[in-house]
Design a protein around this ligand. Sequence first.
Ligand code: ZN
Length: 236
Amino acid sequence: MPAGEGRPPPFERGSDGGWWFARWASRRVMAGVSGRHVDLQRWLGRLPAPRATVEAEQVHGASVAIIEGTARSLPPIAGCDALLTAIPGASLMIRSADCLPVFFADPLRGVVGIAHAGWRGLAGLVLARVVAAFRHSIHTRAEELYVAIGPSIRACCYEVGPEFASRFGPFVHEQAGRRMCDLPGVAKDQLRRCGVSPARVLDSQRCTGCEPQEWFSLRREGAATGRLISLIMLRP
Ligand SMILES: [Zn+2]
């Protein structure tokens, strides 16, 4: 029997329409993405109390905020695209439709993080800055980190202009006369260069561009489309 047969997939949808990274990082960590047809109240209801939520403002930048103390939900943290916390029961959230939701966990020290990374954030090295924040603030070595990449637009659907070739080099390729960019590939390369072990990077492999029944896509549907909520939490 091949390894893994009979086990549930690592990124799976529940009956409430919300998705979870099952069997990732640690049982202490909950990480998921809302999906298009989620029953949000039921999905969020699976989080243990007290359910304080913290969101990043998301400015397509590369700033990281470390949330050190909260017993309640906070307004979006201004000017940042990534959040870290060691507070059990605080869920970190970002919203996206094509950009990458990227989840981080150091289960040993009980710290989780999340980043919103589109092409601007990746060009600004937002993921490298999250890894550096873990190293400097928590003393997590990069090779100890677990990372998961949620649904995002992928090389099959992300057609870009010629300026992307100089920006993302090997992750831009021509396909049937179209220039396509592989943002998850850029993300994994950035993580690998920081010392994150590729074996500890779990990719959902879901494309927001090809699966309109599951995800929102800014590219396909325009700015008025919805946003997927991604969250990560340490169980209290
Ligand atoms: Zn696609």
